[in-house]
Design a protein around this ligand. Structure first.
Ligand code: DP6
Length: 360
């Protein structure tokens, strides 16, 4: 190998929003959750992380930047992901430029990783989910973006579910970004985490008239990170134990049915109930965690597709548009609902998006 070359790969990975929340780990190192979770993958055209990974014999150490700011790579998560990807690295050859990296060379070569989010980092969107999926999501984790980009750079041949298990070790929610549409992260039973991975429930074409509005009510970084928040919940909240054992297993089955049947009324009810219970667990934690602010309490969700309003009929549980609107307004989504109407708000930044294929 000469000393002058740089090889690069860029991946663009979406974030996802959970409709059945992951909150609590049974193993902190391997990132194994206490319950299954389900999310919808958002259109990367609107919300995504773009990550470029580069390798060169000239690099003296591994380095990573997020939105232009250098991040520390000292944490175990980055090292765990990198170790798993390196184990699977294969020979790479660029004949045109006369570059050949043999499998054993990957152990010695250093990497530079640069990621950009096109949405606020650590403000409630699983930004590490986009990041570690490409590395596998990243705020305090390592994103899916980086994992994905590294896998491409190192010519890794693993399928999406296997990559999701690596992404999971960067940041839990990241493993769900490997697929488009609706995705389930199966908690798994094995102690080594080999069966804790993401599977696609339906692809992005399944529910094309579902629109998602992301309402960012604050771009400030969360005061309590997900990682430390869920650790404290596991240690102190009895509601979390009840939720993981009694509530989520049943709710996950109902949610899967609602998604399969494109049953919006059930889908919305379940997603709201789950979001509210997640926030209730946060309140039940010692010291309590507050993720919602006045804006989210006052006006979180909100806009409904005209097609949906038009669909309010005999079969629908909601009798009138007004009742439906009032009901949706009263739900406390942490993000959410449907809309095809222009959205304006003094307090919120809004994106209207759809579910899309996970990219690159
Ligand atoms: C509330 O995936 O950020 O968004 O695994 O510790 O990195 P770590 O946590 P993270 O937690 C996301 C929590 C959540 C719910 C969800 O996305 O399911």
């Amino acid at each position: 190998m000469g000393e002058k070359w740089v090889l690069m790969k860029t991946a663009q990975t979406p974030t996802n929003i959970a409709v059945i929340k992951y909150w609590g780990k049974r193993d902190e190192t391997l990132i194994l959750p206490v319950n299954d979770s389900i999310s919808v993958t958002l259109d990367p055209a609107h919300l995504c992380t773009t990550t470029t990974v580069a390798v060169s014999p000239a690099f003296q150490q591994d380095r990573m930047w997020l939105n232009g700011k250098e991040m520390s790579l000292s944490g175990g998560r980055y090292q765990n992901c990198l170790r798993e990807i390196r184990k699977r690295a294969r020979e790479v050859e660029d004949k045109e430029r006369g570059i050949k990296i043999e499998k054993k060379d990957w152990e010695k070569l250093h990497l530079h990783i640069a990621s950009y989010n096109n949405f606020p980092t650590a403000a409630g969107l699983a930004s590490s989910a986009a990041g570690f999926a490409c590395l596998v999501y990243r705020t305090n984790g390592f994103g899916f973006d980086a994992v994905f980009a590294l896998a491409k750079l190192m010519n890794v041949s693993e399928d999406e579910s296997q990559l999701s298990a690596i992404s999971r070790q960067g940041s839990g929610s990241a493993c769900r970004s490997l697929f488009g549409g609706f995705v389930k992260w199966i908690m798994g039973k094995e102690d080594d985490g080999s069966d804790s991975l993401a599977v696609q429930l339906v692809d992005e074409k399944h529910w094309e008239d579902l629109f998602i509005i992301i309402a960012v009510v604050s771009s400030r970084q969360k005061e309590t990170s997900s990682t430390s928040g869920m650790r404290e919940s596991v240690e102190t909240s009895s509601l979390l134990q009840h939720r993981a054992k009694e509530v989520v297993p049943k709710r996950t089955i109902q949610m899967e049915e609602a998604i399969q049947n494109r049953d919006f009324a059930s889908f919305a009810k379940l997603a709201c109930a789950d979001s509210n219970q997640f926030h209730a667990v946060c309140l039940d934690t010692l010291p309590p965690i507050f993720y919602m602010n006045d804006t989210s309490h006052r006006q979180v969700l909100i806009y409904i597709c005209w097609f949906l309003l038009g669909d309010v009929g005999e079969k629908n549980m909601y009798k009138t548009k007004e009742v439906l609107i009032e009901m949706v307004k009263s739900w406390l989504w942490d993000i959410v609902v449907l809309g095809s109407i222009p959205v304006k708000s003094r307090d919120m930044n809004l994106w209207r998006t759809t579910s899309q294929k996970s990219v690159i």
